[in-house]
Design a protein around this ligand. Structure first.
Ligand code: MN
Length: 191
């Protein structure tokens, strides 16, 4: 089978000024596309030819893992945002955030700190474990919490290609601005 790059659920300029149309054109149009193109090339003739993306992430390694996981991570990342979504979590997720981090504000600070503090390229994640406890983790390079048995809820991309056009070297500024476009209805639906 062939993986297709899902179309974004918003226009390429819809997340401005937080994420510019130029960044979307490169990050979604070239980086995400390249991971999916590479994935399709690499699965040919392997045991993963008809696998779900999650199965490849859990079982493969090397370039196949890297491209499968980067494809999954980018789709997950771009579908977290909306120009007009709920800007704060509600319901059970809100209660879990307050229980495990003290408050929504403290959660946001800890998440940005984990993303800003990751050395090199990678991702910062909010996930839940089997008991519903929330965890913030750093993933190096193509890392994905699925390989640790966790359920991912939210991720911010901290590869330089995610922010360099709009924020240059100011990674923490980029991370803080992303709160203005997270659609918490989407995150809650994953919880
Ligand atoms: Mn990226």
């Amino acid at each position: 089978m062939t993986y297709e790059q899902p179309a974004l659920p918003y226009a390429e300029n819809a997340l401005e000024p937080v994420i510019s149309a130029e960044t979307i054109r490169y990050h979604y149009g070239k980086h995400e596309k390249a991971y999916i193109d590479n994935l399709n090339r690499l699965i040919k003739g392997t045991e993963f030819e008809n696998s779900e993306l999650e199965d490849i992430i859990e079982k493969a390694d090397g370039p196949l893992f890297n491209n499968a996981s980067q494809a999954w991570n980018h789709i997950f990342y771009f579908f977290t945002f909306s120009p007009d979504g709920s800007r704060e979590p509600g319901g059970e997720l809100r209660k879990a955030i307050e229980r495990d981090f003290g408050s929504f504000e403290k959660f946001k600070d800890a998440f940005v700190e984990a993303g800003a503090g990751l050395f090199g390229s990678g991702w910062v994640w909010l996930s839940r474990d089997d008991e519903g406890k929330l965890l913030i983790t750093q993933g190096r390079n193509a890392g994905n919490p699925l390989t640790d048995g966790l359920t991912p809820l939210l991720t911010f991309d901290v590869w330089e290609h995610a922010y360099y056009i709009d924020y240059k070297n100011m990674r923490a500024d980029y991370l803080r601005r992303l709160w203005d476009i997270v659609d918490w209805d989407v995150v809650e639906s994953r919880y």
